[in-house]
Design a protein around this ligand. Sequence first.
Ligand SMILES: [Zn+2]
Ligand SMILES: [Zn+2]
Length: 379
Amino acid sequence: MERYPKMHLHFGRVWGIETIHAVAKKIAKEQVTFWLPYQNRYTDYVPVPYITEELAAEAKKYGSLGVWMLTRESELREVEELGADIVETNGALKYEMRKGVWADMHVHTDHSHDAFFSMEKMLQGGIDKGIKVMAIADHCDVTRCENDPNWDIYTHIKEACEEVEQLNEQFGEQCLLLKSVELGDGIWYPEQSGKVATQLPYDVIVGATHAVRCEAAEAIPIKEKWYSKIDFMELTDEQFHDFMHNYFDDMLTMVETQNIDIMAHILCATCYYLYRYGIYKDVRPYEKQIEKVLKAIIRKGIAMEMDNQLFEQKDGEYPYYWIVEKYYELGGYLITLSTDAHDPKTVGKNYENRIRMLKETGYTHMLYYKDRKAVPCSL
Ligand SMILES: [Zn+2]
Ligand SMILES: [Zn+2]
């Protein structure tokens, strides 16, 4: 570990709780998976102890839990109960993909500063459109905590997640709500963003770039540094270019450093431009930077969000869809669909068309996340 400090270790020789403790003293929880054998005829030769509730719980305390060698559904259910993060099978257990489940992985409610509809209304909007899974990703823009210890960036997300649990009891069968957060601009305050990301048992964390470190934003007070506050018409061409360049740079830093599962709206900044001024901004000049961001999410196993902007139509064409195709060409396959809806009518918008285009590109499934693990659903 001294030689490769960032490497993940798969540890298979767990002789008991003492082994787990000894490994835990040397390796961080995020960097180790403890593999325990499940007792059946495929593992009857192993010298180490088989998985028990106690061993599984201890392994989970200090790392991830791997279990081998599973051959039956009943075994899988059993180790799922024990909290297995990863399993090995002999090939007899077939992976089952959920079919035709539409998930909207980025929706806001009145727990966000810029959304005014209740969670129940948003949920109803989703149910009306045939959405079966919906992530409640209310805003948590970390820049808001600057210089003001009383500005609480944690409680509203906690309350949203509690409401998700309540509504799931009532409506979960019709549409499953997921506990989420749209973690904005965590790169400005890594400590606080780390705290937000770990304070709750989220199903999924969506990472966003809403504020850009650039000249055009210098005069804006930090708590409202979002680019929605910039009057783009006032910018010179150089200032605009500087803004866009830094926008993708900050996004790359977010992807590299933040604890997130999905990268939100890659073109959010151009979307503001479009909605406010009715002008399409060509983003091809930033193709190289966009490619860097796409390569980074592929490397980090972060999903790409196919949001409304990537599907924005102009004269019957989709000027930004090439980014989705580029992601595919580069080998990206983790794709989520979202609307970033702030009102119930927008939830699940344009799903038929988007799914058609994704299939034409070569995609076979979209994802949702439960307990921060991807669940693929065939398109
Ligand atoms: Zn956003
Ligand atoms: Zn959003």
